[in-house]
Design a protein around this ligand. Structure first.
Ligand SMILES: NC(=O)c1ccc[n+]([C@@H]2O[C@H](COP(=O)([O-])OP(=O)(O)OC[C@H]3O[C@@H](n4cnc5c(N)ncnc54)[C@H](OP(=O)(O)O)[C@@H]3O)[C@@H](O)[C@H]2O)c1
Length: 295
């Protein structure tokens, strides 16, 4: 099978490419917006790096030619210069879907987020839900996987945990009293590759979260214990952080905005975990933390 990945230089993309090389005979079209991203790809004759532009559907379709499956990973939580929720999360998805249809791709896998809703007042959650709608309406069959915070070496969420757990008196937003269901990136890679292999018809949506619900403050305490530390966790009021982010955003839009603060302090709640449907054996949180805390 040939798997095309858009946003292949993302943290999930890099882990997924390695997963494909280790666990299958599949080949990869690795699409990124600039050639400088190619250094993040493993040197393998099964990986074909390609520069892609989400404003050039024809060019994208040429890149996707011959791919059986497309895994679309480009997406942002923090807006920045030239990257808005609309451009990165919605318009880029529309472009890859149009290109996938033209190229005759058989199946699309899209990574969304737990909490995505078209009715959400949160611009990030809404943009991901808008993108899901496009994926579901596409002529190409699809698997949409909604994930919580993803953890693994190099992931943004993992770096935050490493930082907080290395500090003996970390101050967490709201004292870290929100419940998370962190998912091991390796488990997500298993689910995505299984979805590529299954290529089911129509559009399926699954929520895939880790096995252990835990408050963020508990996760920091666990991570600190792995380092042999006992932490005393303080609280930074969420309202104050959002006010500061609003003021900062007047001068420098994007980054840690009130929208992002709402996302990262949300309770990650799911009605039904898709682990069985996606063929995943979930990694215990302790094992996931060991992959990046003690390394
Ligand atoms: N990490 C998590 O905890 C988490 C949780 C839930 C869902 N997800 C979703 O999972 C996917 C992968 O996440 P990740 O953390 O691995 O991502 P990441 O490492 O932050 O990489 C983001 C990717 O999006 C691309 N991108 C940024 N702005 C773009 C724009 N305006 N147009 C097109 N592409 C743009 C980047 O390309 P450049 O390098 O060229 O900028 C990069 O390939 C994303 O869709 C994300 O929303 C992640």
């Amino acid at each position: 099978m040939k798997i095309a990945i858009t946003g292949a230089n993302s943290r999930v993309g890099q882990t997924f490419i390695q997963h494909i090389l280790t666990h299958s005979e599949d080949t990869v079209i690795a699409g990124a917006r600039s050639e400088s991203a190619f250094k993040s790809f493993p040197d393998s004759d099964r990986v074909q790096p390609c520069v892609i532009s989400y404003s050039d559907v024809e060019g994208l379709a040429k890149t996707l030619a011959g791919a059986d499956c497309l895994v679309h990973l480009a997406g942002i939580l923090m807006e920045g210069k030239g990257s808005t929720y609309k451009s990165a999360n919605v318009d880029a998805t529309a472009a890859v879907l149009a290109a996938a249809e033209k190229a005759g791709v058989q199946h699309v896998v899209f990574i969304s987020v737990v909490g995505a809703s078209v009715d959400s007042e949160n611009a990030y959650f809404k943009s991901k839900a808008d993108a899901e709608k496009l994926v579901a309406a596409s002529a190409v069959s699809s698997t949409i996987i909604r994930t919580p915070i993803l953890l693994g070496p190099g992931a943004a969420g993992a770096e935050a945990i490493k930082w907080a757990s290395s500090n003996l008196k970390p101050k967490l937003l709201g004292g870290g009293r929100y419940t998370m269901r962190p998912l091991d990136i390796d488990d997500l890679c298993v689910a995505v590759l299984n979805a590529c292999n299954a290529k089911r018809s129509g559009s399926e949506i699954h929520e895939l979260v880790g096995p252990t619900p835990a408050q963020y403050c508990e996760i920091i305490t666990m991570a600190a214990a792995m380092r042999g530390n006992t932490v005393s966790i303080g609280s930074f009021p969420i309202g104050v952080a959002k006010f500061a982010a609003t003021v900062r955003g007047i001068f420098k839009p994007g980054g840690m905005s009130p929208t992002v603060i709402d996302v990262i302090t949300m309770d990650e709640v799911v009605a039904h975990n898709g682990d069985q449907a996606l063929g995943v054996t979930l990694t215990p949180l302790q094992k996931t933390l060991e992959k990046f805390i003690t390394k």
